[in-house]
Design a protein around this ligand. Sequence first.
Ligand SMILES: *Cc1c(COP(=O)(O)O)cnc(C)c1O
Length: 426
Amino acid sequence: MKEFARDTLCIHAGYKPGNGEPRVMPIVQSTTYTYESSKEMGDLFDLQAEGFFYTRLGNPTLDCVERKIAALEGGVGAMVTSSGQAASLMAVLNICTAGQHMVCSSAIYGGTFNLFYKTLKEMGVEVTFVPATSTLEELRAAMRENTRCVFAETLSNPALVVTDLEVFAQAAHGQGVPLIVDNTFPTPINCRPFEFGADIVVHSTTKYMDGHAVQVGGVIVDSGKFDWGNGKFPALTEPDESYHGVVYTKQFGPAAYLAKARCHLMRDLGAQAAPMNAFLLNLGLETLALRMERHCANAQKVAEYLESDPHIAWVNYPGLESSEYHKLAKKYLPGGSCGVVSFGIKGGREAAQRFMDSLGMASVVTHVADLRTCVLHPASTTHRQLSEKQLQEAGVPADLIRLSVGIENPEDILADLRQAIAKAAG
Ligand SMILES: *Cc1c(COP(=O)(O)O)cnc(C)c1O
């Protein structure tokens, strides 16, 4: 049978009820699962049999959502986590540990930047940050003998930089290491990074995938395409003594990376998603394709309006021809980018403040990619720990307003913006 299109996968992938079973994916709110013999349980512990035994390592509700997301991204498997932060941390730690090095685009989410810049460094992993616009030669120059992965965001939060994924993948593969891509903003509806050479994808499912702002979650997706047998990843190709000598590449083939992430890191770190949250996430995923279409259409209208308003200093949206990233967006995000538009209002920080305070329908929240239009000033909130130089490098100038355009009627969104801009200017 032909593979379903992505909007169909949103609805049908992951869960197929048997005769007389619930039509809707149930919430299995149980820590554990019973077996008739200790032999069966022992085989599960030895990874010799498949099945659930403890929810930290797997749960039927989580499993369904994981299958759906893996199908959407076109990967061999996925693992949901308690947050996007946990997903990014585990995606890296799974293959890059103390004494090793990673290369990372500097146009990334502020929380990921902190995680890599401070916490990973304290854990002994060195990170070299490079501009998202780096050429192949520049990326190659940042590589070291002990580099174990490259990390980037497809479409960065909040700078909306479109990364040239093929260039990043080529640089990573030239070094014999995988490219990990945070695909939170476009979602697999608008971009599948595996089609452009990425090996591992992570998401904060807190954003568009959920879309309703009701759960914090993350996911790691494995393409199954990276060859771990080049000698750089003994943790995957040599026996894991903490798991009765299992060799992940032998036992799990193309899903070795994901198996290790679950059997080793999830076992030890315990950042698993809650079944209830996975259920809520699945509800969000069911309408993801529809919502993304509307988010993108509304954001395009808003961006075009802002560009025509004389009170606005600058607008950045990959769907605008004036955008520096328009060409890359056409290649990587042909169906649309996301609902986030960033812009600066004339009059700098103070005008930005007045604008935010004057909004009626749009709310000021530390959130993005919600179906309700919302707005944030990163330099004084999510990115406030960054120096002026780091802000510049992350593509987040001090006057940047991040507007997350929702799925309300576009005329209502525009009316709210117009009146707030008039007040900010007056
Ligand atoms: C929000 C976000 C994260 C972090 O996710 P949480 O679910 O908040 O932990 C990571 N990457 C991107 C691009 C994000 O927008």
